[in-house]
Each structure stands twice: as C-alpha cells, then as structure tokens.
Design a protein around this ligand. Structure first.
Ligand code: A3P
Length: 337
C-alpha cells in the first residue's frame, strides 16, 4: 500500500475539498474518540458557559464588571493584546487554534478579588467571555456553535443611532484620524465613492446597529431559549433588576443580590460598584464619556436609516415571546416618520 507524504496528502485532500480549508474547531468532548486522545489536563468544564457578544458601546463593560463581582462567575484571564477581550471567534485569533483559546480559561481559576462574595475554592466556576465584536461577526455564530453548542448567548441592545454615535466618539477619543477629521454627519453619509478608510469607518459605525439581521444570524445556530437580550437602557438605569433577571436566565446559584453591591454615583451619573459605605468604584473615564448631543440632522437621518431594521426588530422580539419592547425602540419608531 503506497501513500503520499503527509503534506502532499493534505494538499491533495484540500484540492478535493476546498470548502474545508477554513477550519471550524469542534468540541473535543462531543466525540469520545477525540476526548480519548485529548490531553489529561484539559477538560471541557473550563470552556465558557456563556458569551456576552456585544455589540460594542451598549454597556458591555458595565455588564462584564457586574458579572465579575459574582463569586460563582469567572471570566477569561486578561489578554495582553486586546485587554480583557479574547476576540477568538472573529478575526485571525481563530486560526491560533483551540489550545490558544483554552489557555484563557485555566481550570484552576484564581479567587475573584473583585467579588464581594466569598469564593468557594475548588468549586466549579461559571466561565464566561465577553467580546463585543462577536455580535456582528459574519463567521462568529457558526464558529461558536461548533465549539460551544450549549452556551448561552447574551446580547445588549440600545438605540442603534445612539450606539453609532457613541462608537464614533469612542473612535475620536482613541485618536482615529478619520473620525477626528470628519464630522459624525460626514461619516454616516459617506458615499460608496468616498475614500476606503472613510467607508470602512462608516460601515463599522452603522452596520452593528442592524440588530434584527444579526440576531437572525445567531438564531440560525442557537435556539431562542439560549439567547438573552438585555435592554441596555435598563442596564444603565436599573442594573439591579437586569442582573437578577440575567442570573435567573443563566441559572446561577447562589443568587447575588446586587442591590447590596451596586449604587448610583451622582458624580459619574451611572451605577457603580459599592465597595464600602461611602466609596464607589466606577468604570473608567472611557465609559460614560461626556460629549455634545447628536446634531439634529444626523439624528433624523439615522432614524430613517434604521427604520426598517427597527421595525424588523420589533417583529423579531414579538416572535421571541413575551419580552417587553424597549422604550428606546418605541421612541425611535414613533418619531421616525
Ligand atoms: P458612552 O461612553 O458613550 O456613554 P461598552 O462598554 O460596550 O463600550 O459601552 C460603553 C457605554 O456603556 C457607555 O457609552 C455608557 O453609556 C454605557 N454604560 C451603561 N452602564 C454604565 C455604567 N454603569 N458605567 C459606565 N457606562 C455605562
């Protein structure tokens, strides 16, 4: 029996099956044969049980911080490249493979020092990961589902126009040259014949806000029962109820009563972690920024721009069950004509 050397054989194989060139990492624990040959010090328990998928600028850092206060919940260890976000399922990190991802979730997690709850050492922690760019990543739902089919998916939605504006302000603060050289109105009205960098900025500003489209994409892979949608305005104004509801959805025990641990900070204008009777620990300056309100012309344009997407979102939310329609969505639609 003759065979070509491995590399040649692989080349032949991929010529025959070009659709398999792009890898999709499956879950080693879903197949006994894979599990058998897997390293002894790896186990699927350390893979995330839920993902906070974004989109960016909807309050994902606040949610991440509040979740990290829970003694039974642990997130990945920090990534030196992307700060707290792993960003595995989108972009090129995916090609680094499963071991690279799993190294962010060591089975022996350290005690959670930011948690007001005593951590029971040795008890399994509820792992999660928050990467805010997952929400609108084309390949992400397929990839997450292949590895984490039972994971719960948590998303936060605010008015897409507000999100776009917050994102634009974020880019300006980060020194993005285009965002600093063009007004918000110029960015969102950039035509297809505009310079490439401006078009890219426009797309990254506007596309994540087409919520219904992205949610449908996730729902093509995950059943609705595994998806939890948080109203970002509620997260901002009433995080205690939002966190209670989220814990129920995730079936996390014991329940942490956030009313003892979150407090409205008048100076910050947001809820913060109550670290002592007088002291609050708020998110940094880059979260809850001060900037001028959106100009009227851009606001009107975005209302028209997102009208069909928002209408589709109402339909989808109704189809998904008894979720109350967020007030911002009603407002966006009522003045959108
Ligand atoms: P702005 O800075 O535009 O106000 P993300 O963490 O996904 O990047 O989202 C940032 C946004 O979270 C902020 O946008 C802010 O409005 C919102 N947010 C919600 N709750 C917050 C909180 N408790 N502290 C700070 N920002 C919060």
């Amino acid at each position: 029996l003759a065979s070509a050397p491995p590399v040649q054989l692989a080349e032949m194989y991929f010529r025959l099956h070009p659709e398999e060139v792009d890898p999709v990492w499956g879950n080693p624990c879903d197949d006994v044969r894979h599990k058998k040959i897997w390293s002894k010090n790896k186990n699927c328990e350390s893979l995330p049980k839920f993902l906070v998928i974004g989109p960016q600028k909807t309050g994902t850092t606040a949610l991440y911080t509040f979740l990290s206060m829970h003694g039974s919940i642990a997130s990945n260890i920090a990534s030196p490249e992307t700060f707290e976000e792993v960003q595995f399922f989108n972009g090129n990190n995916y090609y680094r493979g499963l071991d690279w991802y799993m190294d962010f979730f060591p089975s022996e997690t350290l005690p959670n020092t930011s948690s007001p709850m005593p951590t029971q050492l040795g008890s399994p922690r509820f792992m999660f990961e928050k990467s805010a760019t997952y929400f609108d990543g084309e390949a992400v739902p397929k990839r997450t589902h292949a590895l984490l089919p039972h994971a719960k998916i948590v998303t936060i939605l605010i008015s897409p126009a507000k999100r776009a504006y917050s994102w634009y302000q974020h880019q300006r603060s980060h020194g993005d040259v285009i965002a600093n050289n063009y007004s918000f109105y110029q960015v969102i009205t950039a035509s297809d014949s505009a310079p490439r960098a401006l078009k890219d900025l426009r797309n990254r500003c506007l596309n994540p806000g087409k919520y219904a489209q992205h949610l449908e994409h996730w729902l093509a892979y995950y059943p609705a029962q595994q998806l939890h949608i948080i109203d970002g305005e509620q997260l901002r104004l009433n995080p205690i109820d939002v966190m209670n509801e989220l814990q129920r959805f995730l079936k996390i025990q014991p329940l942490l009563d956030y009313s003892n641990h979150l407090r409205y900070d008048v100076k910050k204008g947001f809820y913060c972690q109550a670290v002592s009777e007088k002291r609050n620990k708020c998110l940094g300056k880059s979260k809850g920024r001060q900037y001028p309100t959106m100009d009227e012309r851009s606001a009107k344009l975005l209302q028209r721009y997102y009208l069909n997407h928002n209408t589709a979102l109402v339909k989808l939310l109704k189809k998904l069950g008894s979720r109350p329609i967020p007030q911002w969505l009603k407002d966006d639609l009522s003045t959108g004509t």
